[in-house]
Each structure stands twice: as C-alpha cells, then as structure tokens.
Design a protein around this ligand. Structure first.
Ligand code: G
Ligand code: G
Ligand code: MN
Ligand code: NA
Length: 254
C-alpha cells in the first residue's frame, strides 16, 4: 500500500502521537515552554520521519484534520500539565500553509481552547517562513484574528525564507525562532554568527523576543547568552520527549 493511503488511516488507527521539546529561559535555564512535534509510528513500517509524512499530509490535504487533532491534543496536554504541576508553560504548535489559508482556522483554534480550557495566552502558533504571504490567501487575516484572541504568533525557521523582513513587517508576530541552520554554524562560520547577532538585535529593537533552535553545544550556548537571546531550544537541553518522559522532567523540576 502506498504511504499516502497508509497516512489516511494513521489518525483513526491511533498511530500518530505528539512529543514535546522544552524551551528554556537563557538566563535561568528554567523550562518556560515546549514545542509539540508530530510523530508517526506505523505498526509494520516503524517510525516514519515528519520530514517525509508532513509534506505528504500537506499534498493530500490530510494536514487539516491531522492539524486539528494536533491542536486539540496539545492544548489538552498543556492544560493538564498546568493543573497538575502548577507551571504556566507556553505551548508551541506548528501550522501548515494549508491550515493557515483555511477561513475557519480561527474558529478551529477557538474551539480547541474552549474544549480544553487552555488560556489562549499560553498557546503560540508557529508559522514557517517558507510560506509566501502573497500566495496564501487569509494568512494575514487569520493570524490577526488569532492574535486578537490572545494567542502568540512565532515566525519559525526565521532567516531561511525569501521574505523574512516582509514577514516581520506584515504579520502580528511576538517571537521569532532563529533557524537551526544558523545556530549550527556558531563557532564555525563568522557570517552565520553575524546573522544570528543581527537577527537578535533587530528583533529586540522591534520588541520581539527570540528563541534559538537547534542549540547543541556549550559554544552555541555561550554565544547566544552573550547576544542576549531570550530562549533556547535544542538537544543540549533536551530532545523532543514522549509524554511520560516530559512529565518526569516536570516533576523533577517542580
Ligand atoms: O520533529 P522534527 O524536527 O523531525 O520535525 C520535522 C518537521 O516537521 C519540522 O519542520 C516541523 O516543523 C514539522 N512538524 C512537526 N510537527 C508538526 C505538526 O504538528 N504540524 C506541522 N504542520 N508540522 C510539523
Ligand atoms: O521546523 P521546526 O523548527 O518546527 O522543527 C523543529 C525540529 O528540530 C524538530 O523536528 C526537532 O526534532 C528538531 N530539533 C530540535 N532540537 C534540535 C537540535 O538541537 N538539533 C537538531 N539537529 N535538530 C533539533
Ligand atoms: Mn517549529
Ligand atoms: Na524551525
């Protein structure tokens, strides 16, 4: 059977799950948030990389029902953790172009928040910069509506798209996530270091906060601390974790 028809059954068969990667405050290294990341474990094929199945879900339109499931599941989880551990952690959820173009996106998010009781201020929607604003009808309107609802907006993969500055200017973004391709080259490529430094500086002048993605080494950490990057995400702190492992981490930190 082709992968795309297997994917069609994945949601109903309970083969999809979410893992959560902590985001830490640069100064204290306290966990301040997490990004929900989708995983697919096929009973016969084993784990299938999101780099393979997310594009497939986008091509087939399956990303819309899958994305709704992601939103509801992640919001329910964040609300449960807030109650159980008394921690107000921000929840990052990735949205695809197709979801962002749907006129009903704000209603879908509103329903997920209502059904789960999660504070909209704790939900941050991540919009990847690879989406063309011009080619995505409703994108700006949808993000404005979500922002009015009280949700945060983050620009994901910042610096890799063709229109980073246009994104900053036109979207109601609170945060930018510096792409890991730049972070990886800290200590390696002076040009990429200069880009990271300038991105943080620009974001701060625009009153946006900055998260660095893909922080893997002490050298990355030292540089990002020196540049006053607000928050960090990466294997140096933690890999994306299944629910039980994330709970163990929260219980330890309490
Ligand atoms: O977790 P990992 O680095 O393997 O994810 C690979 C890609 O899949 C990333 O670009 C990430 O943004 C995307 N991705 C992960 N989870 C989701 C999701 O729930 N929705 C969408 N649209 N993309 C996701
Ligand atoms: O595209 P997006 O930023 O949404 O996806 C984040 C992806 O980056 C996740 O799939 C996650 O597994 C991956 N990731 C998170 N931390 C690190 C890291 O330190 N190094 C690398 N190489 N990948 C990471
Ligand atoms: Mn992301
Ligand atoms: Na990214």
């Amino acid at each position: 059977m082709a992968l795309r028809s297997r994917l069609r059954h994945a949601l109903g068969n309970g083969e999809l799950r979410l893992v959560y990667q902590p985001q830490v405050d640069t100064g204290s290294e306290d966990i301040v948030g997490m990004e929900a990341l989708l995983r697919w474990e096929h009973p016969d094929l084993g784990p299938i990389s999101p780099a393979v199945f997310v594009p497939l879900a986008e091509e087939t339109g399956l990303i819309v029902p899958i994305g709704e499931w992601v939103l509801r599941t992640a919001c329910r989880q964040a609300q449960e953790w807030e109650q159980r551990y008394g921690l107000r952690l921000r929840l990052g959820v990735n949205l695809s172009a197709l979801q962002l173009m749907e006129p009903k996106l704000p209603a879908t998010v509103f329903r997920a928040l209502q059904e789960t009781g999660l504070d909209p201020a704790l939900l941050e929607l991540e919009v990847t910069e690879s989406i063309s604003i011009k080619a995505a009808p409703n994108l700006v309107e949808n993000l404005q509506a979500l922002h009015r609802m009280g949700c945060g907006i983050a620009i994901d993969d910042f610096g890799t798209g063709a229109a980073s500055l246009d994104y900053l200017r036109k979207l109601p973004a609170d945060r930018i996530k510096v792409d890991q391709s730049f972070v990886r080259n800290i200590g390696v490529d002076p040009d990429d270091e200069a880009i990271v430094r300038a991105t943080i500086e620009m974001a701060h002048r625009l009153k946006r906060t900055v998260v660095a993605e893909g922080v893997e080494t002490e050298a990355h950490l030292a540089f990002l601390r020196e540049q006053a990057c607000d928050e960090l995400q990466g294997y140096l702190f933690c890999r994306p974790l299944p629910v039980v492992s994330f709970e163990r981490l929260l219980a330890e930190r309490q």
